[in-house]
Write a protein that binds this ligand. Sequence first.
Ligand SMILES: [Zn+2]
Ligand SMILES: [Zn+2]
Length: 271
Amino acid sequence: MPQIDLHTHSSFSDGTCTPEEVVHNALKAGVSLLALSDHDTTDGVTQAQQICQVHNLPFISAVEISTRKHDHLHFLGYGVDVNNPSFQEFLAQNRQKRRERICKIIGKLQQAGLEITEEEVFARAPHTVSRAHVADLLKAKKIVPTRQEGFRRYLVPGQVGYVRSAGVTAVEAITQIKRAGGVAVIAHPGMVSSCWNFPMWVEAGLKGIEVFYPAHTYSLKQDLLAIARKYGLFCTGGSDFHGPRAGRIARPGIYIPQDHFNRLQHIFFNK
Ligand SMILES: [Zn+2]
Ligand SMILES: [Zn+2]
């Protein structure tokens, strides 16, 4: 079975590797098709693409867009034109909403007695800021031992620093990806099964499902494959690699059945 990774993050959002390091990790892992899909920015894509070219690794430009419905209802946009001005304006607005959310989170944590400042968080996030940067600062200040603990103790629903996501609607995310010449794919649907709305998403222009994902069980994958068949959606795979030091998965790459791999080759490279 071929190994691909259409879902990776670099230091342009909440990953711990530069785009170049993401590519090198993917090559080392034996990945044969790669996408860099940072949150709300395509600024790392050019760098990743150049390194992929040098190493002859097929590459797809991508971005991951958050919605306000759920902290994990995300849409991946593949093959978007990164030079499309209105799409870049849309991403800039999303990044601004993220900054506003992070400021509210920091305010709540300060009220709870934590000694952290906006400047300290933003200094860690030159491109797209996220809750991971707050968690990393808490770790750097020895308030928590890991990024995951930072989330668990302070940043998830029910905890003192939680603030609702301020992203766009699902339909808007899909529409914007489509307008930028990209194809929209629902990311890690297993994490958001409570808010599935495939009829609405397909109507808006959804083209694919991230079926192959580390946390997806066998039975969930069977359900998603059935949904894909029903709506004529293609199936992708991604690891959500955030770098070996992010405390999630250690390396990029996920196995995908040959027929799904062939379909991706056809969609993205006309092969
Ligand atoms: Zn995601
Ligand atoms: Zn992701």
